[in-house]
Design a protein around this ligand. Structure first.
Ligand SMILES: Nc1ncnc2c1ncn2[C@@H]1O[C@H](COP(=O)(O)OP(=O)(O)OP(=O)(O)O)[C@@H](O)[C@H]1O
Ligand SMILES: Nc1nc2c(ncn2[C@@H]2O[C@H](COP(=O)(O)O)[C@@H](O)[C@H]2O)c(=O)[nH]1
Length: 209
């Protein structure tokens, strides 16, 4: 029988709510390669310290649109005036190898993934308050005042989509939020393994007759 495929998780939030930090912390707890975050392609310029191929694949707009035409993206969207997209083959190959995959994407991308992959698990991360969201964008220290103002202005619109997600986590105390995310991921993994064992038992019975 074929290997159990990995679970796909979409993690969305307004910019600065803490989703990338939470995913990083969860991956550090599970270093054995059982879960992985998908590296998106973007036309945004790298922030200080961001590495091509590690945080994003940084490309120009022409290259991005060629990749759209070639059907290379599982989903793509324009967020804050830049294009972002999730590589199709990475998702398909990684899930097929039994590894859980996280997509750190916006609500538009989440909608596309839900339509293409109904088995996806979707999680929305909320900040405890607007003031704390702005504080986090500032302490991250990687965006100009203008960029922060635009991200805050867009946050309301992003948060209005929370009802489209299967799980909500309010990221107040960081470690508690990572615990909640871990619980969601591990319980879905257990569920899938149990399902697979049950299928095996049924098939063994059926084929033995
Ligand atoms: N629970 C928390 N308490 C305090 N600070 C936090 C918490 N969670 C995250 N942060 C901090 O908030 C800042 C923004 O977090 P992060 O970059 O993970 O946000 P994000 O949602 O991934 O944003 P973007 O969508 O722009 O990539 C970081 O400096 C991070 O360390
Ligand atoms: N639809 C997609 N959204 C994406 C993707 N990669 C990142 N994002 C979202 O963009 C904003 C801004 O990210 P930043 O790194 O510039 O701060 C954030 O909400 C990300 O989740 C993607 O491939 N598709």
């Amino acid at each position: 029988m074929s290997k159990v495929s990995g679970n796909l998780f979409v993690i969305a939030a307004p910019s600065g709510a803490g989703k990338s930090s939470m995913i990083d912390a969860l991956l550090r707890r599970h270093r054995k390669g059982s879960m992985q975050v998908s590296v998106s392609t973007t036309t945004r310029k790298p922030r200080p310290g961001e590495k091509d191929g590690e945080h994003y694949f940084f490309v120009d707009e022409e290259t991005f649109l060629q990749q759209v035409d070639a059907g290379n993206f599982y989903e793509h969207a324009k967020v804050f005036d830049h294009y972002y997209g999730t590589s199709r083959h990475v998702i398909e190959d990684t899930l097929a190898s039994g590894v859980d995959v996280f997509l750190d994407i916006d609500w538009q991308g989440a909608r596309q993934v839900k339509a293409a992959y109904p088995g996806v698990h979707t999680v929305f991360i909320l900040p405890p308050s607007n003031a704390e969201l702005e504080r986090r964008l500032r302490i991250r220290g990687q965006d100009s005042d203008e960029v922060i103002a635009r991200r805050m202005a867009k946050a309301q619109h992003e948060m209005a989509h929370y009802g489209e997600f299967g799980y909500i986590i309010v990221n107040e105390v960081f470690d508690d939020s990572v615990d909640q995310l871990e619980h969601i991921v591990l319980s879905q993994r257990l569920r899938r393994s149990k399902q697979q064992i049950r299928y095996r038992e049924i098939l063994q019975d059926l084929l033995a007759e």
